[in-house]
Design a protein around this ligand. Structure first.
Ligand SMILES: NC(=O)c1ccc[n+]([C@@H]2O[C@H](COP(=O)([O-])OP(=O)(O)OC[C@H]3O[C@@H](n4cnc5c(N)ncnc54)[C@H](OP(=O)(O)O)[C@@H]3O)[C@@H](O)[C@H]2O)c1
Length: 125
């Protein structure tokens, strides 16, 4: 983790579960040190509120330093489409930028939903 003095200007960071608790504080700390932070959140309304709060606390004017991407870690279809949403949010300026830091909060919830298409087959002896 970054120290208080560490200068992370120009770095790109990604944080999941970033709208509250540990994830939100991590996003704030990374942003304070100069990172552009991708806040990955299940609810975009909550993400927007969290970004506004972080910007207020840091007296930050440039909302491009905190990018919002929707991500529900409990839904594998949603996770599978994440890259497309990430590219759209990063735009031309950051689309090809290397990801320097990734903080996965709540990654333990990334379990596949059972598909209704799955069937079981039994074979008679
Ligand atoms: N807080 C502490 O003092 C502390 C101490 C030690 C360890 N930890 C660990 O750190 C982790 C985070 O704790 P926390 O206190 O920050 O609160 P948390 O309730 O575990 O995590 C909150 C964040 O995770 C998001 N989240 C939940 N399910 C999600 C999903 N399916 N997809 C995407 N995001 C999802 C929540 O979004 P929504 O708002 O949409 O639900 C919220 O942003 C936990 O594993 C906890 O055990 C916490």
């Amino acid at each position: 983790m970054a120290t208080q003095e560490e200068d992370l200007r120009g770095k790109l960071a990604l944080v999941t579960g970033a709208n509250s608790g540990v994830g939100k504080e991590t996003a704030l700390q990374l942003c304070q040190r100069g990172c552009t932070v991708v806040m990955c959140c299940r609810s975009m309304n909550k993400a927007d509120a969290a970004r506004n709060d972080i910007m207020k606390r840091l007296d930050l004017k440039d909302f491009m330093r905190l990018r919002l991407v929707q991500l529900d870690l409990s839904d594998l279809d949603n996770v599978g489409q994440f890259n497309t949403r990430l590219d759209a949010e990063l735009g031309k300026d950051l689309k090809d930028a290397p990801l320097d830091i990734a903080i996965m909060v709540r990654c333990e919830t990334a379990r596949p939903k059972r598909s209704s298409k799955l069937t079981t087959t039994t074979t008679a002896p």
